[in-house]
Design a protein around this ligand. Structure first.
Ligand SMILES: Nc1ncnc2c1ncn2[C@@H]1O[C@H](COP(=O)(O)OP(=O)(O)OP(=O)(O)O)[C@@H](O)[C@H]1O
Ligand SMILES: [Mg+2]
Length: 460
């Protein structure tokens, strides 16, 4: 039930308004004093204030200013008795939502209040939407069909159904933890409610604390107005606590209490506020190790780990690589209006073998970079950076050579291997000496000497 505060020095007007508003299902409060009005806004979570500008010692404008300091979200409609609109215009500049002239009709009040409250709820929804980054708009599509990822999809669908179950998502950096968190929210019955996120590693302790819990006006020196924290803002929805492993120990205690009691207080506040929020936490840290190192609370870990989802690194689900490449190639060539639409066999092999320490994020960034830099139809090995050529299991190939009973001539065998590798590298680079030297990790001079020795041809 929305709370509406009436501030007017005329008892008749107050009573009249109270009656109209109560009749429409709102909960009215009223007072004739500016100070009392400020107190009520501070204590009662008022949604809307109907404020007479013509208030005794405190001018209405003064009260308006202080109201907005206490709660920047509160809607104020000015009631003006003068017949002049000048001070009402002044009030609009100071953040009042609208004004109405005395004498007014009951229907006019009803309408203006209804519209104002609708605007406010829209504003809140918009604010929640804005928090979702551009990336998340298309976040429904997680690409891949490896058994490992299919298992993750199953878990997402399952936990989405359980509205308030706490989820802990683990996986290396860039594996898609944030995508999973958003998917859980979007597939849940809470999808129309806010999804908020915060990176617990990016803020110092006290800032993170006020971001999460909010504060009252005057809670500390810089608290000039009331601030609503994320737990309140995401009420009815989900809050995504990213990098939970980085959270300060003191804040961990506080979070644990919130998880246990399902209520909290704003900093400097006296009222317990109930929360109805699904908590989704994520980390790329081994929390078990952090617990051993006394950097993470074990009790909090068990509270969070109600429904664990682990996303394996990309190198443990290489089957997903071709589909991901295809997905990002289409996306970026469309975005940058390029022709690239295919990947050559050799380039695909290299990328499938690469160990992707930055996981899907690295793959995505790479495809983006290639699409920006080149405008060709087929992505070939020469478009790939050296780290993709230089790493992977191919390094271990020589160990597969066996020694026959009659023995080997070591120098000859090594020379054959060397020749074989050099010519393969030449093929990959299209005969480019500089690139060939780079992927073989030898100086250019050394490579030239070997080309000579083996009678191999190169360009440049
Ligand atoms: N399966 C997938 N399909 C499509 N895009 C993906 C997939 N997995 C990850 N991505 C993309 O890769 C990038 C990194 O993913 P995300 O931000 O979710 O990783 P993260 O696990 O949260 O990483 P970090 O621990 O570094 O925060 C994002 O742009 C995301 O859209
Ligand atoms: Mg992330």
């Amino acid at each position: 039930m929305e709370k509406i505060l009436i501030v007017d020095d005329e008892a008749f007007i107050r009573e009249n308004l109270e009656r109209i508003l109560a009749g429409d299902g709102y909960r009215p409060f009223s007072t004739e004093s500016g100070e009392e009005a400020l107190r009520l806004v501070e204590e009662e979570e008022i949604d809307l204030v109907l404020l007479d500008l013509n208030l005794g010692p405190h001018s209405g404008l003064d009260v308006l200013k202080k109201l907005r300091e206490i709660d920047p979200d509160v809607l104020v409609i000015i009631i003006t008795g003068y017949g002049t609109v000048e001070s009402a215009v002044e009030a609009l500049k100071m953040g009042a939502y609208d004004y109405i002239k005395k004498p007014f009709k009951a229907d006019a009040i009803r309408l203006i209040v209804k519209l104002a409250l609708e605007t406010q709820s829209l504003r809140r929804t918009l604010r929640a939407l804005k928090r979702k980054s551009l990336d998340s708009v298309s976040s429904a599509d997680m690409v891949g069909s490896s058994p490992e990822l299919l298992q993750v999809f199953r878990q997402i669908r399952e936990v989405a159904k359980h509205e308030t179950a706490t989820v802990l998502i683990t996986g290396e950096s860039g594996t898609g933890k944030e995508l999973v968190a958003r998917a859980i929210h979007n597939l849940s019955p809470r999808s129309q409610r806010p999804f908020t996120e915060i990176n617990c590693g990016s803020l110092p302790f006290n800032l993170l604390e006020t971001e999460l819990f909010g504060h009252e006006k005057g809670a500390f020196t810089d608290a000039k107005t009331r601030k609503i924290g994320l737990f309140e803002e995401s009420n009815g929805g989900s809050i995504f606590l990213d990098e939970i492993g980085e959270m300060d120990m003191n804040l961990q205690v506080k979070l644990l209490r919130v998880l246990e009691d399902r209520k909290f207080r704003r900093l400097g506040g006296v009222r317990n506020i109930d929360i109805d929020v699904r908590i989704i936490a994520a980390t790329n840290r081994e929390l078990k190790v952090a617990i051993d190192e006394k950097a993470f609370r074990e009790d909090l870990y068990y509270r969070l780990n109600v429904f664990p989802i682990h996303i394996p690194p990309l190198r443990e689900r290489r089957e997903d690589i071709p589909a991901l490449l295809d997905f990002f190639l289409k996306r970026f060539s469309r975005e940058f209006k390029k022709r690239m639409k295919e990947i050559s066999r050799e380039a695909l092999d290299l990328m499938t073998r690469y160990h992707w320490p930055g996981n899907v994020r690295e793959l995505k960034n790479l495809v983006e970079r290639i699409c920006i830099m080149h405008d060709v139809e087929i992505l070939r090995p020469e478009h790939l950076p050296t780290e993709i050529w230089g790493q992977g299991p191919s390094r271990e190939m020589p160990s597969t050579i066996d020694i026959p009973p009659e023995g080997v001539v070591l120098d000859d065998i090594i020379a054959q291997i060397e020749k074989d590798l050099v010519s393969k590298a030449l093929k990959i680079t299209g005969g480019n000496v500089a690139k060939t030297a780079r992927i073989l990790n030898v100086p250019r001079g050394t490579l030239r000497y070997k080309l000579d020795k083996y009678g191999l041809a190169a360009e440049g």
